[in-house]
Write a protein that binds this ligand. Structure first.
Ligand code: TXA
Ligand code: MG
Length: 328
């Protein structure tokens, strides 16, 4: 059931459900999350079951503000504190050493925990109301509200399409960022970017005053870093603009079930080929990307041909999601 997340009555209902160990989907500025009381291992296990997610893939814990981190993290290195100061609330997740006994199921048995303070007003109001409940719900474990391996939802309707009407969904409108948070591992001497988002490497390094280390075998597991994540049902291929036009030129005038997403303006002999323009701007492309892919799926498209995004650093998150979507 979808409820208007801006209404106090909806928030009340969501808090009661969460306190009772139920799942509630909620909007964040990045993508919608599938929330459960992070302090209840039984509630968190419902997330893994609903998503079909392997139990060894840890979940992020969402907190109302930076003071909430101390509940879940054993320690906060100075560079992590600087990242929180710079980017919270916002699209950044930090992996920190976990406080023993806290968020055990959410952390999937690892001795670290992912924490994030989202900027969306509905998420913030929900997290605050949870913390003020009696007994308090100190954090919400919340992966993206999609079936395992599928594209993250950026509207309440996407969430409903993934889980049906039985799930309580707080509607906070379309997500403004549109791709998942940047994840920085802060459990070692140097920060490591495990999953790029809309924050550039440069801005992360500037904010924490340290260079980002390389991802290596020691890095904690992140399921968002599996090759075939974020896949639409249709087969997605990345090509440069010329290869894309050549591919279109080879199609007959009756060709169907094919879509393109490109900055270049393309010609097609078949009027049935769906053509969507990719914005020139990385932020705007991130915002619409998952919705565009879902629209293509909904229209029965079987092949999606996407123009490779520009090489600039601000495009890293979009490039990453498209590469994964094409790896399936
Ligand atoms: O923007 C986002 O981060 C969204 C919204 C809802 O907050 N959440 C999200 O969650 O994308 P999820 O579960 O779909 O992706 C979180 C990623 C996963 O790849 C998970 O493996 C990784 O974070 N992660 C979480 N805790 C971790 C930990 N302790 N160590 C390593 N990776 C962790
Ligand atoms: Mg996910």
């Amino acid at each position: 059931m979808v409820l208007d997340g801006t209404l106090p009555s909806s928030l009340d209902r969501a808090v009661r459900a969460l306190a009772a160990g139920e799942l509630v989907a909620f909007p964040t500025e990045t993508v919608y999350g599938l929330g459960a009381d992070a302090g209840s291992d039984a509630a968190v296990r419902k997330i893994f079951a609903a998503k079909g997610r392997p139990a060894d893939h840890p979940l992020i814990v969402h907190v109302a503000d930076a003071t909430g981190v101390a509940e879940f993290a054993a320690s906060i290195p100075p560079f992590a504190q600087r990242l929180m100061d710079a980017f919270w609330p916002g699209p950044l997740t930090l992996i920190l050493p976990r406080r023993p006994g806290m968020a055990t199921a959410a952390a999937a048995g690892q001795d670290s925990v992912g924490v994030r303070c989202p900027a969306h007003p509905v998420a913030h109001a929900l997290l605050l109301a949870c913390r003020n409940a009696l007994p308090p719900v100190l954090g919400l474990a919340g992966p993206s509200a999609n079936q395992f391996g599928r594209i993250s939802p950026t509207t309440a309707q996407h969430v409903q399409a993934e889980f049906g009407d039985g799930l309580l969904v707080l509607d906070g409108g379309p997500c403004s960022v549109g791709i998942e948070s940047s994840i920085v591992d802060c459990t070692r001497d140097a920060p490591v970017l495990l999953r790029p988002g809309v924050l550039t490497r440069d801005s992360i390094e500037q904010a924490c005053g340290q260079r980002l280390g390389a991802v290596d075998g020691q890095a904690p597991r992140a399921s968002g870093t599996l090759e075939t994540h974020y896949a639409p049902k249709a087969k997605l291929r990345l090509m440069d603009a010329r290869a894309l036009q050549t591919a279109l030129d080879l199609l007959g005038s009756e060709a169907a079930h094919i879509a393109t997403y490109s900055r270049a303006i393309l010609r097609s002999r078949s009027s049935q080929v769906l053509r969507r323009r990719m914005p020139d701007d990385a932020i705007e492309t991130a915002r619409q990307l998952f919705g565009v892919l879902r629209d293509f799926d909904a229209q029965g498209v079987r092949l999606i041909w996407v123009e490779i995004p520009p090489p600039g650093p601000e495009w890293e998150g979009v490039r990453d999601r498209l590469q994964r979507a094409s790896a399936g």
